[in-house]
Design a protein around this ligand. Structure first.
Ligand code: PEP
Length: 252
């Protein structure tokens, strides 16, 4: 049975003190519940070790928002997968559209990052999704298929089975314009079909595919009710514990 997951992506928000405070709030809110899904927060590198120290790792997973495409050495300013793992984090977001768009992350680079994450026992939350123009010109299925094939299809079935995917239509990220639950379901079912073609039905059925893009408490229930939507990757609404918990509670 694939996992249901709600994961927060804080992006470049919060000072260290604010981030630790937010993590404590989320941790406290979770302690008072039995969530019906796995819950993860992905936070800035600078916050990882401090956040790890204040959360209950059995109830709340911790992840980074990126990692380097090298293990160590003269790469000033970069943070490697082993460094991320050494903080206590267990997840890493890779291939987010903001990294692809602003930092030139190609499928080749992402392939390396995914391998390094897996070698260091980090679970990649791998993001895919089309831009508005591709949604409008009808190429969105091909775009998403190519993103998956190029970065992930050299993996063994065993390693592919360790990934979490996040479908994030770029036109829905931070815009307040959510994909409809039918649009999300249509793409998630397509993605599962692409995986099944390559790795077989069992791997496809076991893969958690999250939806991301202006997901909030008010629309999460309808999105999560769709059979191929296994949870959400949440940006803006993960920056306040109550909003984030509203999405976690959508699984109840
Ligand atoms: C994201 O950046 O992963 C995201 C889904 O952002 P938002 O929820 O703010 O659209």
């Amino acid at each position: 049975m694939r996992k249901k997951i709600v994961a927060g992506n804080w992006k470049m928000n919060t000072t260290l003190a604010e981030g630790v405070g937010l993590a404590k709030d989320v941790n406290e809110a979770l302690a008072a519940r039995t969530p019906n899904c796995d819950v993860v927060i992905c936070v800035p590198f600078t916050h990882l070790a401090s956040v790890a120290a204040v959360i209950d790792g059995n109830k709340l997973g911790l992840g980074a928002e990126n990692c380097a495409d090298h293990v160590k050495g003269a790469y000033t300013g970069e943070v490697s997968a082993p460094m991320v793992a050494s903080t206590g984090a267990g997840y890493v977001i890779l291939g987010h559209s903001e990294r692809r768009q602003y930092y030139g992350e190609t499928s080749e680079i992402l392939k390396t990052k995914v391998n390094l994450a897996l070698e260091n026992n980090l679970t990649p939350i791998f993001c895919i999704g089309e831009v508005l123009e591709q949604r409008e010109d009808g190429s969105f299925f091909n775009v998403v298929k190519a993103q998956i094939e190029e970065a992930l299809f050299d993996l063994s079935a065993e390693d592919f089975g360790k990934l979490i995917l996040a479908y994030e239509p770029v036109w829905a990220i931070g815009t307040g314009k959510t994909a409809t639950d039918d649009q999300a379901q249509e793409m998630h079912a397509f993605i599962r079909g692409v995986i099944a073609e390559k790795y077989g039905k069992e791997v496809a059925e076991n893969c958690s595919i999250l939806y991301g893009g202006s997901c909030k408490a008010s629309n999460a229930k309808a999105l999560f009710a769709k059979p191929d939507v296994d949870g959400g990757l949440i940006g803006g609404a993960s920056l306040a514990a109550a909003d984030f918990m509203g999405i976690v509670d959508a699984w109840n």
